[in-house]
Design a protein around this ligand. Structure first.
Ligand SMILES: C[S@@+](CC[C@H](N)C(=O)[O-])C[C@H]1O[C@@H](n2cnc3c(N)ncnc32)[C@H](O)[C@@H]1O
Length: 220
């Protein structure tokens, strides 16, 4: 099945099962969100000038290539989250050796967190293509409450989501599209927008997806 087919309109839908199946049914390089080079994220992270031991939290990390890139650049303190155990197992299997780095894997639901409620002192929160799956107000509120509680003063937030011209579905699921003003409104006046740009991502299939990338910093 194509990863963009299928339907989901039901609030009782089993998202954990959906995402585990997505990672189990095809190689990660065939997934519609697979990035060979996560260049926009890497550039925004480098723009933060973090120390290499800063705590980087990857929300809904999936099997992203970003973590390998960050390890190569010397970042040594990362927490990798996903709702799908299969995603984090794939991610771990593709990482280069990292014996000098502190890498934590946390299977938890960003919209109904349990383990993640302990999350504190995050220097950078990174999310590519995760928040836009939370179509309900209560899911969005839970996500932003978690982010705000976990982030340090002066901490950074990178949110990269489908923009208003972007797709209305992905992986068979409805999405909620954003622009930078909507993300600023969600984060509130305690956060300053440092950078924002629209970005056309070319999928492995050759199709394109329109994103908005944003970098915010929490005020002191
Ligand atoms: C489109 S993929 C993007 C993965 C990764 N961020 C990337 O850029 O390759 C969306 C990811 O969000 C994860 N996800 C979806 N809902 C989630 C939730 N409620 N809590 C945590 N992760 C979730 C999925 O399992 C999937 O790995």
């Amino acid at each position: 099945m194509n990863e963009d087919s299928g339907e989901c309109e039901n609030t009782t839908y089993d998202f954990e099962k959906h995402w585990n199946a997505a990672y189990q049914k095809s190689p990660i390089t065939n997934l519609g969100w697979y990035e060979e080079n996560p260049t926009p994220s890497v550039e925004l992270i480098e723009a933060c000038n973090l120390s290499k031991d800063a705590l980087i939290f990857n929300a809904g990390a999936g099997a992203t290539t970003l973590i390998s890139e960050l390890l190569k650049k010397g970042y040594v303190n990362m927490m990798l989250n996903d709702i799908a155990t299969a995603a984090l197992a794939e991610l771990e299997s593709h990482l280069p050796p990292y014996k000098n780095a502190h890498i934590q894997f946390v299977v938890d639901d960003l919209t109904n967190p349990s383990e993640l409620l302990k999350l504190k002192n995050v220097d950078l929160w990174h999310d590519r293509a995760v928040l836009h799956f939370f179509t309900e107000e209560k899911q969005q509120k839970a996500y932003f409450d978690l982010l705000k509680a976990a982030l340090k003063p002066k901490g950074f937030v990178i949110l990269a989501e489908f923009n208003l011209e972007g797709a209305k579905k992905c992986s068979g699921l409805d999405v909620f599209n954003y622009n930078e003003e909507m993300l600023q409104e969600r984060l509130g006046s305690d956060f300053e927008l440092l950078k924002s740009f629209n970005y056309t991502y070319i999928q492995p299939s050759g199709n394109t997806k329109e994103y908005v990338y944003t970098l915010f910093q929490k005020k002191s």
